[in-house]
Design a protein around this ligand. Structure first.
Ligand code: FAD
Length: 516
């Protein structure tokens, strides 16, 4: 039995309960938990599982206060646990407050809508009425009064206080409060429209709207494209001095100092650099592949696909494109069932001296520079390379919509040095890559999977504090990509996104600074 056997995997950000961990997860936890008891054979459970996964991604930032879990009651070893909690039908949702006792059966979570928004609101209600002891990581969720705000900075040492003015039936204030709970130097409070004195003092006319309030008594309205949760959250996480808790504060001068090997190269964060793409090719072809002295079987076909899409779509300088084409031609002419890396290396280094063909040696990271040598670089280059290739295939009206994605999938599977990355990527590919039926869907598929990874890695140790993982592109980078539904839920405008991605990763838009 593995934890991957049921409807959820470890990449879903859902705690998978087993006989071994159930007590340590549910009993005396500092966070509340909402548990889904399901049976993997039950059709309703299968239908509900994508919503539960979406919810897990949507409230990922709330984890220290409230987390999601799931248990497959159809797995025999789990049966006694499901009976212990009195579960008779599937799926059953139960709320376990923080510091639950060993004999707790959890509270019912039955009525109400089963979509992300409805479930999220229900969780907020449960958290608001949470009995003592309160989960220590959960910020206050009740409404703030003028008296509290007047004295706020006497008892709180944060730089920013964000006030969300709203009506009593709005959840936005509480959602944003929880979205920011892992961030330091900022507090969020909701203020009701009926709090006349504060509304009058700040001259608030729109509900919801967000104001930043400072110790001096000054205040300014937070300007956002839409008065909705996601837009407030994006903007507040990016305020100066606001940083994810537990991360060392980024020191700007760090970036300007010489790192161990390289001079910092100033660059425009909203652009893509050819130097990163060439550095990625160098690293992948000359270092990563070199770890495979003999390439055969699945790995050999992975290499062929990879080189083939590079030769077709890499929008490089003529010199580099010629080289990639010569490698592709050479590879296609190899009839042996295996290949030695050294023979490939000779072609890469153009020892036969094909005119005007070369792949520059060495790396010069620019848009993929990290504030420390262990941040960003090659994996950043790899994502960027494949975004560029999906866009190029779309522009070139390639025949096979999955050609680039399958090349990426097999390269990552056979060669990408980060094994956990490759397992996660393969899981995502298995789940949905086969549904990609057009070249433009391929562009969007890669964008959305990359955002899945960003969601999972936000706050991880590998995140460069200077380059926080966000759901990309931000509203500043592409305002028209973002929208809100009538319900206030954030939505991506797929058409605008596609236009944006096609331009952002287009060959005309690539910058050639720092090329040798
Ligand atoms: P990256 O995520 O590398 O992104 C590079 C640049 O692409 C960003 O700066 C931004 O300009 C742009 N971008 C960001 N999001 C998107 C998007 N959705 N669509 C288009 N462009 C975007 N690390 C792990 O720790 N665990 C893993 O499981 C893992 N899996 C990976 C799987 C693959 C296939 C790859 C290539 C990398 C994986 N990594 C994983 C590495 C991780 O995703 C990052 O690449 C790495 O942490 C460097 O992050 P970064 O800040 O440079 O941004």
């Amino acid at each position: 039995f593995t934890t991957e056997a049921g409807l959820y995997t470890a990449s879903d950000q859902i705690v998978i309960l087993t006989p071994d961990n159930v007590d340590s997860v549910l009993v005396n936890s500092t966070a509340a938990l909402v548990v889904e008891f399901y049976a993997s054979w039950c059709g309703h459970c299968v239908a509900f599982s994508p919503e539960w996964k979406r919810l897990a991604r949507d409230i990922k930032e709330w984890k220290p206060a409230v987390d999601l879990a799931a248990i497959d009651c159809a797995y025999e070893d789990n049966g006694p646990i499901c009976s212990r909690f009195g579960v008779k039908g599937y799926p059953t949702l139960k709320f376990f407050h923080a510091y639950s006792k060993p004999d707790s059966k959890g509270q019912g979570f039955r009525e109400g809508p089963r979509d992300v928004r409805g479930l999220r609101h229900k969780i907020i209600e449960k958290m608001e009425t949470h009995e003592e002891p309160w989960p220590p990581a959960c910020p206050p969720l009740e409404t703030a009064s003028k008296a509290e705000i007047d004295n706020f900075f006497e008892t709180n040492s944060v730089e920013h206080l964000a006030l969300i003015f709203e009506t009593s039936n709005s959840y936005v204030g509480r959602e944003v409060t929880l979205d920011l709970l892992q961030y330091e130097n900022i507090a969020v409070r909701r203020v009701l429209r009926t709090e006349d004195a504060l509304v009058a003092k700040l001259g608030v006319t729109d509900f919801p709207s967000c104001y930043l309030y400072y110790p001096s008594g000054n205040f300014t309205r937070l300007h956002v494209q839409n008065e909705a949760r996601t837009f407030y959250t994006y903007a507040l996480q990016r305020l100066p001095g606001v940083l994810r808790a537990g991360k060392p504060p980024p020191v700007t001068s760090d970036l300007l100092k010489n790192t161990t090997e390289d001079q910092w190269r100033p660059f425009n964060r909203s652009r893509v650099y050819m130097a990163d793409l060439e550095s990625t090719l160098h690293y992948s072809l000359r270092l990563e592949l070199a770890a495979h002295p003999v390439i055969k079987g699945e790995a050999l076909s992975a290499l062929q696909r990879y080189i083939s899409v590079l030769a077709k779509y890499f929008p490089g300088r003529p010199l580099v494109r010629n080289l990639l084409k010569s490698v592709d031609t050479w590879l296609k002419g190899q009839n042996d069932t295996e290949l030695s890396y050294s023979s490939l290396r000779d072609v890469l280094d153009n020892t036969a001296e094909v005119p005007d063909a070369a792949l520059p040696d060495g790396v010069r990271w620019v848009g993929c520079q990290g504030s420390k040598p262990h941040f960003r670089r090659y994996p950043c280059g790899m994502w960027t390379l494949f975004h560029v290739l999906t866009v190029q295939a779309n522009e070139a009206a390639g025949k096979d919509p999955q050609e680039v994605l399958q090349a990426m999938r097999s390269y990552i599977h056979s060669f990408f040095g980060c094994q956990a990355c490759s397992t996660h990527f393969e899981n995502m590919a298995k789940e949905s890559m086969s549904y990609v039926g057009t070249l433009s869907t391929a562009v969007l598929w890669l964008w959305s999977r990359h955002n899945h990874v960003n969601n999972r890695l936000a706050g991880a140790l590998s995140e460069d504090p200077h380059f926080p993982k966000i759901q990309w592109p931000s509203p500043e980078l592409c305002p028209s990509c973002h929208g809100v539904k009538k319900s206030g839920e954030h939505t991506w405008n797929q058409e605008e996104l596609l236009t944006f991605l096609r331009s952002h990763f287009s060959s005309e838009h690539l910058l050639s600074d720092y090329l040798e």
